[in-house]
Design a protein around this ligand. Structure first.
Ligand code: PLP
Length: 450
C-alpha cells in the first residue's frame, strides 16, 4: 500500500469519529471487545489518515526517510515533528560520548535503581541535573512519563489534595487519579480559578498536604503560566508546587531555565519539585524528579516507577551528561538563540500564508486548523508532499479544534522551513477543495456526554 494524497478517494467514515469512541469496549471476549477499534483504525490506515504509526527508516534529523506501519513506501521528508529541540541527537560530541560509554560501562543497567541498577553515571547525572536546576538533588527515572507519574504517585497520599491545570500531561493526570480522589482541575493558566480551589481546600484542611501541579510549557498550546503568581499562591496557601518542565528545560530563555529562571535563581525552593524528561533537549531517554533533600527517601522507596522499574542504561546517561554540558555552555546559549530565531521565522512565514498559530514562540508551534476532517486530510496530504507534521485532535485538544503541531529543531535550515511552509499552504488549498467535494451527508454520531 502506498501513502495517500488529495488525488486519492477518501471514505467518509475515515473522516468521522475518533479513537475516543472506542475507549470503553463492550462485550466479554477479547474479539468482541476490541475488534471494532481495529476495524476503525484499519479504515483510517486504508485511507491514509491514521495519524500514528510513522516509522523512521533513517536517523533523526531535519530531513529523514519515513514509512508507515501500513504503507510500504519510504519517503524523504522535512521533519517538523521531533522533540530534539537543540539538535543534539546529531552532535558529534554527544555521539562520541555514547560510543565511549559502551566500551567503559556496557549497555544495560541490569535492574531497578534500588537493586543495583544504578552506576556511577546515573548518580553523576542526578547531581548535574540538580546543579543545573539549582536544587539539592535529583532522581533519574526510566523516562519522563514515569518521572512525572512517580513524583505524584510517591509523594501524594489519599488524604492529600491536588490542584492541577486542566491541560496537564497524561503522566500527571494518571498519577493524580492513582494518588488521591481529591483532585481539582483549574482552568488553564487561570490564577483566579487556581486560588479559588486552593482556598476551598485549605479552609477545610488546615494541616493537610496540598499540591499544585503545573507545566512551564504546555505542549498543545505553546503557553505557560505566570510562574511567580503561581509560586506566591503556593506560599500563601502552604501548598507544594510540582512543575513539569519537560519541554522547556534547556531550550527556553537565555539561561535555558525558561519560566523557572527567576524562581530557581532567587527564591526558596523547599516546597518546589521539578519533573522532566531527558528525551527532548538532552537527546536521550529517561526522566528526572528534582527538588530538596527532604523528598529523597520518599521518592526512592515509594515512587513505583522508580523502585520497580529498571534504571536507564549507561549509554542514555552518557548522552544526557554530554548534552547537559553543551546545553549549559556558550554553545548551548548560541543554539538557543538560533532556535528562537528560526521559530520566529517559521511563525512569521506561516502567518504570512494565512495560518493562525497559537501561544508564544517556543519549539512547539500549534497551527490551528479546527475541523477535524480538514486536519486529517491536511496531515495525509503534507506527508505525501514530503513533510512530517503531527496531527492532534480531540480529546488532546477540544472537539473540532484540531491542530497541526509543529516541533522545531535548531538545526533546521531556512530553506527547508520555506519549503515546509509552502507545502502546508499548497496542501491546505488542495484539501479544502477535497472536503467540498466529499459527500458530507453523514452525520457524526457522538456518545452522550461527549
Ligand atoms: C509535558 C510532558 N511531560 C512528560 C512527558 C514524558 O516524557 P518522555 O517522553 O520522556 O516519557 C512528555 C512527553 O512528551 C510531556 O509532553
Amino acid at each position: 500500500m502506498s501513502l495517500k494524497s488529495a488525488s486519492d478517494n477518501i471514505d467518509i467514515g475515515a473522516l468521522l469519529g475518533g479513537s475516543f469512541l472506542y475507549r470503553i469496549p463492550k462485550g466479554k471476549s477479547l474479539s468482541e471487545r476490541y475488534t471494532p477499534f481495529n476495524q476503525y483504525v484499519d479504515l483510517l490506515k486504508l485511507n491514509g489518515v491514521y495519524p500514528f504509526g510513522r516509522i523512521a527508516t533513517s536517523k533523526l534529523g531535519e530531513e529523514m526517510y519515513i514509512s508507515n506501519t501500513w504503507a510500504d513506501e519510504d519517503k524523504p521528508c522535512i521533519n517538523f515533528g521531533s522533540q530534539d529541540y537543540l539538535g543534539l541527537s546529531n552532535h558529534p560530541e554527544v555521539i562520541k560520548a555514547a560510543k565511549e560509554s559502551i566500551d567503559k560501562y556496557g549497555i544495560n543497567a541490569g535492574g531497578s535503581p534500588v537493586l543495583g541498577g544504578q552506576n556511577i553515571l546515573t548518580s553523576k547525572l542526578g547531581k548535574k541535573i540538580a546543579e543545573a536546576l539549582k536544587v539539592e538533588q535529583a532522581h533519574i527515572f526510566p523516562n519522563g512519563w514515569s518521572a512525572c507519574f512517580g513524583a505524584i504517585a510517591g509523594l501524594v497520599t489519599a488524604r492529600d489534595c491536588i490542584v492541577m491545570d486542566m491541560l496537564m500531561h497524561n503522566s500527571s493526570d494518571v498519577a493524580a487519579k492513582y494518588a488521591t480522589e481529591h483532585v481539582y482541575k483549574f482552568k488553564h493558566n487561570d490564577l483566579t480559578d487556581l486560588e479559588k480551589k486552593l482556598k476551598f481546600w485549605r479552609e477545610r484542611n488546615k494541616d493537610g498536604g496540598l499540591f499544585v501541579v503545573i507545566e512551564t510549557l504546555y505542549s498543545m498550546n505553546s503557553d505557560g503560566p505566570d510562574m511567580n503568581g503561581v509560586y506566591d499562591l503556593c506560599c500563601q496557601y502552604e501548598a507544594i508546587l510540582i512543575v513539569d518542565i519537560a519541554h522547556e528545560f534547556g531550550c527556553m530563555g537565555e539561561d535555558g531555565l525558561g519560566l523557572m529562571s527567576d524562581i530557581l535563581n532567587n527564591k526558596n525552593k523547599d516546597n518546589l519539585i521539578l519533573t522532566g524528561s531527558l528525551s527532548k533537549v538532552m537527546a536521550s531517554i529517561g526522566g528526572f524528579v528534582a527538588g530538596p533533600r527532604s523528598i529523597r527517601q520518599q521518592i526512592e522507596i515509594f515512587s513505583p516507577s522508580f523502585t520497580f522499574a529498571t534504571g536507564i542504561s549507561p549509554i542514555s546517561c552518557s548522552i544526557a551528561l554530554r548534552s547537559l554540558e553543551i546545553i549549559f555552555s556558550e554553545e548551548g546559549k548560541q543554539r538557543r538563540r538560533d532556535l528562537i530565531s528560526i521559530i520566529e521565522y517559521t511563525i512569521d512565514e506561516l502567518n504570512k500564508r494565512g495560518f493562525i498559530t497559537n501561544g508564544y514562540p517556543s519549539p512547539i508551534i500549534p497551527v490551528l486548523i479546527g475541523d477535524s476532517r480538514l486536519a486529517r486530510l491536511l496531515c495525509r496530504e503534507v506527508l505525501s508532499m514530503g513533510l512530517i507534521a503531527n496531527l492532534i485532535e480531540f480529546p488532546a485538544v477540544p472537539r473540532n479544534k484540531s491542530i497541526i503541531r509543529i516541533q522545531m529543531m535548531g538545526e533546521t535550515s531556512r530553506e527547508n522551513i520555506l519549503k515546509a511552509c509552502n507545502i502546508l499552504h499548497e496542501a491546505i488549498i488542495k484539501v479544502q477543495d477535497v472536503l467540498l467535494n466529499v459527500k458530507m451527508d453523514a452525520i457524526e454520531i457522538m456518545p452522550e456526554g461527549e
